[in-house]
Ligand binder design. Structure first.
Ligand SMILES: *[C@@H]1O[C@H](CO)[C@@H](O)[C@H](O)[C@H]1NC(C)=O
Ligand SMILES: *[C@@H]1O[C@H](CO)[C@@H](O)[C@H](O)[C@H]1NC(C)=O
Length: 327
């Protein structure tokens, strides 16, 4: 009889210690968040996390102590220079979403892919069973083999793709490459020389930045494997002007309750940007690291690009049954 009481007591002690450690490890996780993750692709700021409803989150975590690395249930597949980093940061504010810190490049790089799912999983963050693991690698969008590979891993996965005005995307793409080259002391090309084919005086369809912006062509490949409902298309231009609206739609797509609100994302009039407030950092703003000036581009070149993309855009709109204000 006495023996049994002792056993009950020791079980109780173990439970308490486990609970305490679970709580304590949460605190550690919360305090060791990196804020210096300035991605090449960044539209925005460093990696910051989880400020929302701290009390609730800790209670939620309290009840489950099985933090594991899991394969992602959702992937942001692209496109480059459309705000993928910003979206990942914003979604990271949601307590039930755990983003991977870095672009893993699993499905677009044969060497990584051949290392297998265990390698991929090893690059994922620890999550509780009720959390969603989220990864982003914008190059998946344009990689031939990526749709089939992702389908083979999880045919019911939820995919997120950001698109923005295709001409703006080309300019932004060019600008990033331009400044990277400047920083490395390399020669730079003029925008016009890359985008316009000298012989034909038409848009140079061999220029990669132009190819990426023909979204129709790429999405067609994804829709060979995935149902339309599995791909959520985010308006990358509106993500900058009205982020909450776009984020709330993603929460809905992922089947999550709305947790990202005006409390966490607000417009700072002084800065002229949307900013987010996190536990660790007073404020992080969209557009801060963007500060690169876009080059001056002649109106006639812009016109040529817009005219070139228009028919492709039209095909895209009917393919995805969704329209954007790109004209
Ligand atoms: C596949 O993705 C769906 C949608 O996110 C998810 O519910 C499911 O658990 C995933 N399956 C596996 C084996 O990860
Ligand atoms: C807006 O940004 C400025 C400059 O960083 C800062 O001083 C100010 O406190 C911010 N305003 C709000 C409401 O957070």
């Amino acid at each position: 009889m006495k023996n049994k009481g002792l056993r009950v007591l020791s079980v109780a002690v173990i439970l308490c210690v486990t609970a305490f450690l679970t709580y304590y490890s949460n605190v550690i996780v919360w305090n060791s968040v990196s804020v210096s993750d300035m991605d090449e692709d960044s539209l925005t700021v460093g990696s910051v996390r989880k400020l929302l409803e701290e009390g609730e989150l800790i209670t939620e975590r309290f009840h489950s102590n099985s933090r594991l690395k899991r394969l992602p249930q959702s992937i942001i597949i692209g496109a480059r220079k459309c705000g993928t980093r910003a979206l990942l940061e914003f979604l990271g504010l949601h307590p039930w979403i755990q983003p991977a810190d870095q672009e893993v490049h699993f499905f677009d790089d044969d060497r990584n892919y051949n290392r297998g799912y265990e390698w991929y999983k090893d690059h994922m963050p620890y999550t509780y069973p009720e959390q969603i693991t989220l990864e982003k690698s914008p190059r998946y969008f344009i990689t031939e083999k990526a749709p089939e590979r992702i389908y083979r891993m999880n045919s019911s996965i939820k995919l997120i793709v950001l698109l923005r005005n295709p001409t703006t995307r080309v300019i932004s793409d060019y600008t990033q490459v331009y400044y990277n080259k400047l920083a490395k002391g390399k020669d730079t090309d003029k925008f016009e020389d890359l985008v316009i084919d000298k012989k034909t005086n038409a848009v140079n369809t061999g220029f990669r930045a132009v190819q990426i912006s023909v979204y129709y062509h790429h999405l067609l490949r994804w829709l060979k494997f995935f149902k339309r409902e599995q791909i959520h298309v985010v308006d990358g231009d509106r993500l900058i002007t009205d982020p909450l609206n776009e984020i709330n739609k993603v929460e809905q797509f992922l089947g999550l309750p709305t947790k990202v609100t005006e409390k966490n994302i607000y417009f700072n009039v002084t800065r002229g940007f949307y900013c987010m407030r996190t536990q660790k950092v007073e404020q992080k703003c969209l557009g801060l690291t963007k500060g690169r000036k876009h080059p001056y581009i002649e109106q006639s070149v812009l016109q040529k690009l817009n005219d070139f993309f228009r028919p492709h855009n039209k095909k895209l709109f009917s393919l995805i049954d969704q329209r954007f204000d790109w004209d």
